[in-house]
Design a protein around this ligand. Structure first.
Ligand code: FCB
Length: 456
């Protein structure tokens, strides 16, 4: 048995737009994802989040599933357009009530709410006024953080400001794969800055409203490995790691923005010059506001091969991407999680770390016996929990693990094609069926440990 520390926070994660549906109910305003999904060609299966898992109505059933799994905590996000349909100003009481009831019921079920404020559903009106590249959107976010922490702060102690600033800035404003769909790297960099700045300011706002608050941010971190020992591959790896990981970690931990990343952007022709004129006096200090934990979303690693020299001139590959891949085409590589956690702990000393997302997409559905035998997900879960336990063994202060996701759901630009849930959702009937992975997770939580003999 691999035992986890006492008080280890076992949970699952979801986000509002991916599960709630009811996008027009009770005064909710339009979000950038409503607009983006309604734009032809943006979502692979032409779907949107208007129905999703009908969690807005079925949440008591979903809490029951979590209670059955014995979970200690639930990470969910609040839909900003339900709270402030115009982005700022008027508070929509019905929206606040929805989350307030959810929180009360979670607490009643012995499940601690872990709230993410921004999981990608910006009110469309704020996008119309300039979106995340505009500092005013950051100010609006801090006001929203203030509203929510006042409303729930008597019951919610753990808060995440933003989920995955890399995705919001690069996919949303750089390459346009996500809402709002801009392709402008100057905007992407300005977005990352507004996000980090508003994070730092929101930490302060939440702390002033919530006693014993624990506040942090969630980053999607992907460790890079050079495909060979050549200097070119080492440089490709530096470049990747810079844009993906260091660009966010370095300023958050008081080291400012890594300038090699800016130079990479200039060299690649993504931005015209290295001037970062969106940074103002005092910003870097505000971004580096100390936090209570770091949230880490881990899915895979990246193996980097230089494209600056021809393949035949580069050194032979010594690191190969393994053939074992999920439906996202992401390599299954649990060792990368251990390596990442140890690196974070030694390099940045972030205090407690939570894995705020980890999981895999496999399409496995119900068998003739009515159960969902998601063998590959069971394996993914096991090996990644072992990787967590290895990291703890190496001194990492890992305080909890949140599986992505409770339910199959709307996977952004992929629509409903990719199933990440521990619980299967039949979208025609909205029936929920716990997969074998949910049963495994239930055992793990009950034992506060992973039975390794059983796997062998
Ligand atoms: C992360 C997102 C989450 C989900 C998973 C698969 O990037 O935070 O909403 O889409 O990936």
């Amino acid at each position: 048995m691999r035992q986890f520390p006492p008080d280890f926070l076992w949970g699952v994660a979801t986000s509002a737009y991916q599960i709630e549906g009811a996008t027009r109910a009770d005064g909710r305003g339009e979000s950038i994802w409503d607009r983006f999904a309604a734009t032809p060609g943006k979502i692979n299966d032409k779907s949107d989040g208007s129905v999703a898992c009908e969690h807005y109505r079925r949440w008591p059933e979903d809490i029951e599933l979590m209670r059955w799994m014995g979970l200690k905590s639930y990470r969910f996000s609040v839909a900003w357009p339900r709270i402030l349909p115009e982005g700022r100003g008027r508070v929509n009481v019905a929206g606040v009530d929805f989350y307030s009831k959810l929180v009360d019921s979670l607490l009643g079920a012995g499940i601690e709410p872990f709230v993410t404020l921004y999981h990608w559903d910006l009110p469309q009106v704020l996008e119309d006024q300039g979106g995340w590249p505009a500092r005013a959107t950051g100010d609006a976010f801090v006001e929203y953080a203030d509203v929510m922490s006042r409303a729930l702060g008597d019951r919610v102690k753990r808060w995440i400001t933003h989920n995955e600033p890399w995705c919001i800035s690069v996919l949303g404003y750089g390459n346009g794969e996500h809402a709002p769909g801009h392709k402008d790297w100057t905007k992407a960099l300005a977005t990352s800055h507004t996000l980090l700045l508003s994070h730092g300011k929101a930490v302060q706002a939440i702390r002033s409203n919530v006693q014993r608050a624990e506040v942090g941010i969630t980053l999607n971190l992907t460790p890079g490995e050079p495909a060979s020992p050549s200097p070119e591959d080492a440089d490709a790896c530096r470049d990747f790691d810079g844009g993906f990981n260091r660009w966010f970690l370095e300023p958050l931990y008081g080291r400012g923005y890594p300038m090699d990343v800016v130079e990479d952007h200039v060299k690649a022709g993504r931005i015209p010059s290295a001037s970062l004129d969106f940074i103002q006096d005092g910003d870097l200090k505000a971004i580096a506001e100390p936090t209570d934990f770091l949230g880490v979303n881990y899915y895979s690693r990246a193996v980097l091969r230089s494209n600056r020299i021809p393949e035949e001139k580069n050194a032979p590959r010594t690191v190969h991407v393994r053939p074992d891949k999920t439906d996202m085409d992401w390599e299954v590589y649990p060792q990368g999680l251990t390596k990442l956690l140890v690196h974070l702990q030694t390099e940045y000393k972030p205090g407690p770390i939570y894995i705020t997302e980890n999981g895999c997409a496999y399409s496995t559905g119900p068998s003739a016996d009515g159960r969902v035998h998601d063998v590959k997900r069971v394996d993914y879960l096991r090996t990644h929990l072992e990787a967590c336990s290895d990291a703890i063994g190496q001194g990492v202060n890992l305080a909890g693990y949140f599986a992505w996701s409770l339910l199959d759901n709307f996977e952004w630009a992929y629509g409903y094609e990719k199933r990440f849930g521990l619980v299967y959702v039949d979208y025609a009937t909205q029936q929920r069926i716990p997969k074998d992975s949910a049963h495994l997770y239930r055992d793990v939580v009950a034992q506060n440990g992973l039975d390794v003999e059983q796997a062998a």
